[in-house]
Design a protein around this ligand. Structure first.
Ligand code: SER
Length: 598
C-alpha cells in the first residue's frame, strides 16, 4: 500500500516528466501577503505570477504545499474535514490549458495511483454572466472515460458559481477588484457508503453525507474581476490542487480519512492515553488529531499562542484540542504530540529539530489554559456566592457565559467543560452579533490588502531587501533575517541582533536606505543554480529546499538576495523610508517596523 510520502513522490515525478519544475513548500505563515493569516492553498504564493509576472522557473510548476484553513475548524469531526492538509499542486502560467490538464490528472489518478475510473464522478461549470458554460471540459472528460469503456453519462454534473468557481475570496460577488479567479472542474471519489437522509432526500456529489470525497480541483484561472465585471487575464492559467490525505483515503478505500495509515497510529496513541475507543468517540478523537497536527505545524512556524491573528487561532486549536482530550479522560498530551511528529517527520523532516520548541509552546499554553479555567471558576463562584459560603455552581446566566467567553476566550464547549450550564440559544444570539462585528473587521482587512493595493505591497517587499542590506552594513554581518511580514501599510522585519538599536544607528540605517532610494538603483533578477547563488554571496536564509535553480534579486550593487519576487524595477519608486518602531522579540532577535511615504 502506498504511503503519503510515496503519493507525493509519484505525483511530483509525474508532473516533472511533463516539464514542470518543483517549487518549494511556502511557509505556513505567508511572508509577504497581507491578505491572509495562513497559506491555505498552493496557489496563494503564486498570485503575482497568475496575474502575469514571469516566474523564474518557467511556466509549468508543481509542488506539495502544507495548508491550513481556519474556516474549516467547525467542520472537523466528520469523516473528511481537517484544518491542516497537504495540497498537491500543478500550475500552468499561460502555457497548457484544459486539453492537457484534464487528461494528465485523469492519467495520474488511474495509471499513476491505480484508482478505478468507475469510482470517479465529475463536476464542471455551468456559466455565469458573460462567462460561458464549460462544454469543453465536459467533452474532454467524456472522451477520457469512453476510452476506458466507462459510462460517465450519469456521473458528470454541472454547477454554478457556488460550487464550480474558485478564487481566494470565494464566489464572484465576494471577489475584490483585481482578484483573479475562474471556473473549475472537480473530481470526486465514490466511497460507496450509504446515503444518510439527514442530509437530504437524495444523495449527490456535493452532498454532505460524506459518500463522495472531493479529491482534486482544476481551476481554469483566466479571469480578473474589474469595475465592470469580468475580464480575461493576459494569459489563461491552470491552478490545480488535490488533497493528499483524501487521495490516501481513496487509495486505501477508507470511508473515513482518519482511518488511513497516516492517522491510525495517532488514534492508537489517543486510545491508549484515554482508555476510550475510537468507534465510541469518533468526533472527539478526530478533533484531537486535527487540532494537534495543525498546532504542531503552526507552532513550528514560531507562532506563539495569543489573542491576536495567528496566535489566536493557535490558542483556539490547542484549547479545543485539550477540551476534547480532557473530556475523554486524557491527561498527558505529549505522547499524542510525539505520535503526530512521528507520522509527519517523513515528509517534514524539519519537525525533528523544531519539536522541542513545539513541545514548549503547547505545554506553556496548557499551563496558561489551566490557570484561565481556574480563574473563570473563581469569577463565577464569587459572583454567585450566597452569604459567606462559596457554592458549587452549575447554572449561570447567558450574560455571564458570554462574559467568560469575552474575558477568558472560552468557547461554549469550554464553558460547559467547567461544569456550567447556560441558555445556549441566548448565548448563540450574542455570539452571532459579536461575529458579525468581527467579520466586518476581517472583510475590511481583506479588501485593504488585495490586488488593487498590491503596488504598495511590492514596494514594501523591495524596501525589506534594502533594510536587510542596510542592517548588515551598519550593525554587522551577524544580522540574519528571521522573519518578514508585509502589509500595504508597513513592513515588519525580524533579525538576529542582541541589543536595542541606538537612535544613532536607526538614523544611519534610514539615511543609507534613503540614499539608495535617491540613487534610483535598478532591480534585476537572474535564475541561478542554488549552489552558485550562495557562493556568489546572495543572502538566502529561507532558501528553496527542492529547487535546484533559484532567483537572485540584486539592487544595484547594494543588495543581493535569493527571493521569489516580485519587486519594483527602480528604487526611486519607494520615495522615502523610515523606521517607526523596534521591539525585542526574545531569543537574541529584534523586530523593526518600517514605513514608506505613499
Ligand atoms: N486553488 C484551488 C483550491 O484550493 C486549486 O488549487 O482548491
Amino acid at each position: 500500500m502506498l504511503k503519503a510520502r510515496e503519493i507525493i513522490d509519484i505525483y511530483i515525478s509525474f508532473f516533472e516528466k511533463r516539464g514542470h519544475k518543483r517549487i518549494e513548500n511556502s511557509p505556513l505563515i505567508p511572508e509577504n501577503d497581507p491578505t491572509t493569516l495562513f497559506t491555505s492553498s498552493g496557489m496563494q504564493p503564486l498570485i503575482p505570477y497568475l496575474l502575469g509576472e514571469p516566474h523564474p522557473l518557467g511556466k509549468r510548476l508543481t509542488n506539495v504545499q502544507n495548508c491550513f484553513r481556519a474556516q474549516d475548524i467547525d467542520e472537523v469531526g466528520d469523516n473528511r474535514h481537517t484544518t491542516f492538509f497537504r495540497m498537491l499542486g500543478n500550475w500552468s502560467l499561460g502555457d497548457y490549458f484544459k486539453s492537457e490538464q484534464i487528461p494528465w490528472f485523469f492519467e495520474f489518478l488511474t495509471k499513476g495511483l491505480g484508482l478505478p475510473a468507475e469510482k470517479l464522478y465529475i463536476s464542471v461549470f455551468n456559466g455565469y454572466e458573460n462567462i460561458p458554460r464549460d462544454n469543453l471540459s465536459e467533452n474532454i472528460w467524456q472522451e477520457l472515460f469512453d476510452n476506458e469503456g466507462v459510462d460517465i453519462s450519469d456521473r458528470i454534473f454541472y454547477y454554478g458559481v457556488d460550487k464550480n468557481w474558485w478564487s481566494r475570496s470565494g464566489t464572484p460577488k465576494d471577489m475584490p477588484i483585481g482578484e483573479p479567479g475562474g471556473p473549475d472542474s472537480e473530481v470526486f471519489f465514490d466511497l460507496g457508503t450509504e446515503h444518510d437522509k439527514k442530509f437530504g432526500e437524495k444523495c449527490h456529489i456535493n452532498c454532505e453525507c460524506g459518500r463522495f470525497l472531493e479529491i482534486g480541483n482544476s481551476v481554469f484561472m483566466e479571469y480578473k474581476k474589474t469595475e465592470n465585471g469580468f475580464e480575461k487575464l493576459s494569459k489563461a492559467n491552470v491552478d490545480f490542487g488535490g488533497g493528499l490525505e483524501r487521495l490516501l483515503a481513496a487509495l486505501e478505500n477508507k470511508s473515513d480519512i482518519f482511518q488511513t495509515s497516516l492517522f491510525l497510529p495517532i488514534i492508537k496513541t489517543i486510545e491508549n492515553e484515554t482508555a476510550k475507543k475510537y468507534g465510541d468517540y469518533k468526533k472527539e478523537i478526530r478533533i484531537i488529531i486535527d487540532h494537534f497536527i495543525a498546532s504542531t505545524f503552526i507552532a513550528a512556524s514560531n507562532v506563539i499562542p495569543s489573542n491576536k491573528e495567528q496566535g489566536y487561532i493557535l490558542r483556539r486549536l490547542i484549547r479545543r484540542g485539550l477540551d476534547n482530550f480532557y473530556k475523554l479522560g486524557g491527561k498527558e498530551i505529549m505522547p499524542i504530540m510525539r505520535s503526530i511528529a512521528g507520522q509527519y517527520i517523513d515528509t517534514d523532516p524539519e519537525l525533528e529539530e523544531k519539536f522541542e520548541n513545539v513541545k514548549n509552546t503547547i505545554l506553556q499554553e496548557e499551563e496558561i489554559y489551566r490557570t484561565t479555567r481556574e480563574k473563570a471558576r473563581v469569577l463565577i463562584e464569587k459572583k454567585y456566592k450566597t452569604g459567606d459560603e462559596l457554592k458549587g455552581i452549575s447554572k449561570i446566566s447567558s450574560e455571564d457565559a458570554f462574559l467568560l467567553y469575552s474575558t477568558h476566550g472560552l468557547s461554549p464547549t469550554q464553558i460547559r467543560s467547567l461544569g456550567y450550564e447556560f441558555n445556549e440559544q441566548e448565548f448563540a444570539k450574542k455570539m452571532e452579533e459579536h461575529q458579525k462585528l468581527s467579520r466586518a473587521g476581517a472583510e475590511k482587512k481583506f479588501k485593504g490588502g488585495l490586488a488593487d493595493n498590491s503596488t504598495m505591497t511590492v514596494k514594501y517587499h523591495t524596501a525589506t531587501h534594502l533594510l536587510h542590506a542596510a542592517l548588515r552594513k551598519i550593525l554587522g554581518n551577524h544580522v540574519e533575517q528571521k522573519g518578514s511580514n508585509i502589509t500595504s501599510e508597513r513592513l515588519r522585519f525580524d533579525f538576529s541582533h542582541p541589543e536595542k538599536l541606538t537612535e544613532e544607528q536607526i538614523k544611519k540605517i534610514e539615511n543609507l536606505i534613503n540614499e539608495k532610494i535617491n540613487d534610483n538603483l535598478p532591480i534585476a533578477f537572474e535564475a541561478m543554480d542554488k549552489e552558485k547563488a550562495l557562493k556568489s554571496g546572495a543572502l538566502g536564509f529561507f532558501i528553496a529546499k527542492y529547487a535546484d535553480k533559484v532567483n537572485v534579486y540584486t539592487i544595484g550593487d547594494f543588495s543581493k538576495e535569493v527571493c521569489g519576487g516580485p519587486h519594483v524595477d527602480f528604487t526611486g519608486k519607494l520615495k522615502r523610508f523610515s523606521i517607526i518602531k523596534q521591539e525585542n522579540i526574545g531569543h537574541g532577535a529584534r523586530r523593526i517596523y518600517g514605513k514608506l511615504e505613499n
